[in-house]
Structures are given as structure tokens and as C-alpha cells.
Design a protein around this ligand. Sequence first.
Ligand SMILES: Nc1ncnc2c1ncn2[C@@H]1O[C@H](COP(=O)(O)OP(=O)(O)O)[C@@H](O)[C@H]1O
Ligand SMILES: [Mg+2]
Length: 267
Amino acid sequence: MGSERKRARRYALLSGKGGVGKSIITANLAATLSTFGRRILVIDADLGLASLDVILGITPVSTIQESFRGEQSIEQVLQSTRGFDFVPAASGLPEGTVLTERLTAGVESAIAALEERYDAILFDAGAGIGDVVMFFAGLADEIMLVVTPEPTCLMDTYATIKVLYHTHGTRDFLLVVNQSGPSPASADAGERIAAHLQEVISSHFESQETDPVRIRLAGSIPVDTAVKHSVMRRRLLGETNPDAPATRALTRLAAFIDAAIRNRKTP
Ligand SMILES: Nc1ncnc2c1ncn2[C@@H]1O[C@H](COP(=O)(O)OP(=O)(O)O)[C@@H](O)[C@H]1O
Ligand SMILES: [Mg+2]
């Protein structure tokens, strides 16, 4: 009993549409969770267009792709920043966009080597529903869908949910509504979008399935100029704008995830 170890809870941040805020949410969420005392590993899973190093203002020493090739050990790739650990990826290499045996084996062995040290692992995935994104989704315990209120984004989210349901049988989704209007009303906007998405999905699945897909709102983040401000400075929101509405919303999201990590079941 005393030897029971809780495996790190794995979260994949996904979105059908690109540029919705996955990477800024991943970076800021990891930093805030680490201030709560959680041991967090972030993996840049956007292997084609990695950008977390830019958001974090870090120049990677080496990348996860080099560990796939056996040129670096995963320990050499790992970097620490703001209280959490980070596995950077290279951008612009075609090998990151195709799901090869080397890629899947490389990611799986990196996770196996590292995960005992952490409470949670965050995968910052690429946009869309390609093979590499679906691979990371398949490794995750929780899918966190990042959406904006735009109808095109909601359409893509709906499609992403359908594909995940059919490929991995995923039924439970966490939702983060980003850029959900201006600050005070953004929480209501988040609730409305989550309810709308749930309704569309339930009506689709009801006709064919007994057990519909469930969407749970994890957080709503307002449109906030502080986000661009922090990205332009290659810093995190807590560093440039600690009292901004987006910063406070990200802290609430981190508290939600923190509670989930604390209550997680031992597999
Ligand atoms: N809440 C927000 N308020 C204002 N701008 C935002 C917000 N969230 C994201 N952005 C803008 O969107 C850009 C893309 O975010 P990013 O996290 O890189 O998206 P993704 O990883 O989904 O492609 C950011 O650089 C920022 O300028
Ligand atoms: Mg990104």
C-alpha cells in the first residue's frame, strides 16, 4: 500500500483551429500549477511548429527530435524554467509532422523515463486532427479542448470531438473557452459556449449512442491585451501583468486542474 505510486496525470491541450491560445495557456498554466507546489512537466507536442520555447523566452539546448534520433538523451533535452520542467521541440522539421515508429517510440520512452517525477504532464499539441495530434491525444488521460467563441472554431471543435470519440472512444472532455469576450462577462460567455457545444453534441450522439459525450467547462479566459503584451516580451502573464483579467482567469483554471490532480485516482 505504501509503495503505491500515483502516475502523472496527462493532459493534452488540443484545438481543431490553430492560434486559439493552446500554447499560452499551457505555459501559464504550468507556471501557476508549479507555484501551487505541483510537479509539472510540459512537452511541446507541436512537433511541426513548436513555439513554447519562444513563449517561455528560452533558447533550447536540444530538442525532443534529437532524442528520437538518439543524439541526446531525454535528460539532456529537459530544461527547467519557472518551477517546472520542459521538453522543447524543433520547429520546421518534416519529421515532426509524420507519425513514424521512431516518433511514437521516442515519445513513449521519454514519458516512461520521466513521468514518475511529476504530478502532471501537459502536452501542448498542434492544431487540427492529424496523426501526430491524435497520437498525443491517445496518450492522455484528459483532453482539454481550447476554443474561442468564433463559429468556425466551434465547428472545428465539434469535428475534433467526433474524431476523438471514434478513434479513441473519448467521452469526457474538458473545455477552456479562450478570448471569451471582455473581462466581467467572460465567465458567462464560457458557460454559454460550453452549454451550446454540449447541446449540439448530445443531439448528434443521442440518435446513435446511449452514452453521450460529456463536456466540462474548466475555465474561461477573457480577451486581454495583457496576453499579447506578455507574448511580445517572451514572458509569462504573471511576470508582466500579474493583476490582469487573463492572469486571474488562468489562476482559476490552474486551481481547477490542481484540484483534479489532487483527487486523481491511482491507476
Ligand atoms: N485571451 C487572449 N487575449 C488576447 N489575445 C490572445 C488571448 N489568447 C491568445 N491570444 C493571442 O493569440 C495568439 C496565439 O496564441 P497561441 O497560444 O500561440 O495559440 P495556439 O497555440 O493555439 O496556436 C497569442 O500570441 C496571442 O496574441
Ligand atoms: Mg501552439
